[in-house]
Design a protein around this ligand. Structure first.
Ligand SMILES: O=C(O)CCC(=O)C(=O)O
Ligand SMILES: [Fe+2]
Length: 214
């Protein structure tokens, strides 16, 4: 039973984000670029820690990078408005591809450091992440289950499964863009992908909109 209904961070969903041919080109490219993916490190720590995160990532987007940057910049005014993000617009973008296979997950975390001893973790020196956006795509028929993006209510980042903590789950649906403030605690729920074939993984494009914070 949920003891308290705590406020959730704002989350924006943009269905059918890319045009059909753009979505297909990205999927084809990622499948062909399997060798570029490496075990993911924890956000701005250079170590791989499978107790906290199991997934594959690459910052290499090939020839699709200019198109993807343009789409993400086009979406920015709507994402800022709908998440209630005030202040000057972000000054740079950080892009990364992720592939979650069988048994993959990313335990609860925030995409920027918060609290004592924090330092900026944005794309350029001094910049911080302001908004986090994730674009989901996969082959049809979909071969994985789970992998929901779980956003938690305000409060400390949960250490472990905390079923009492108010949360909202977003299904990583085909061609969906989701955005939320980078300070919001969230996780990727465990993925099941029988056969563990790379082309059937849960694919995503992570985008962080960055600027210096006052
Ligand atoms: O793939 C997702 O749904 C979120 C990924 C994430 O939280 C991250 O890479 O920081
Ligand atoms: Fe994250």
């Amino acid at each position: 039973m949920t003891a308290f209904e705590l406020p959730l961070p704002p989350v924006v969903r943009v269905p059918d984000f890319l045009a059909g041919h753009e979505h297909r080109a990205l999927l084809d490219w990622v499948i062909s670029a399997k060798e570029l993916f490496r075990p993911a490190t924890i956000t701005h720590e250079s170590k791989v820690d499978p107790t906290r995160r199991i997934s594959l990532t690459t910052a290499k987007l090939g020839g699709l990078e200019p198109m993807l940057r343009e789409r993400m910049l086009d979406a920015l005014p709507r994402l800022m408005a709908d998440t209630g993000t005030a202040g000057p617009p972000p000054t740079s973008l950080e892009l990364e591809l992720a592939a979650h296979g069988d048994g993959a997950y990313f335990r609860p975390h925030t995409d920027i450091q918060v609290g004592r001893g924090r330092h900026p973790v944005g794309a350029k020196p001094g910049e911080d992440r302001v908004l986090s956006a994730v674009y989901y795509f996969h082959v049809e028929p979909k071969a994985f289950s789970g992998g929901e993006l779980r956003l938690f209510s305000f409060g400390p980042t949960p250490e472990d499964d905390d079923n009492d903590r108010t949360h909202v789950d977003v299904e990583p649906a085909q061609n969906l863009l989701v955005a939320f403030p980078s300070w919001a605690p969230h996780e990727v729920r465990p993925v099941s992908c029988p056969g563990n074939r790379f082309e059937q993984f849960r694919f995503s494009l992570n985008c962080w909109y960055c600027r210096t914070l006052g």
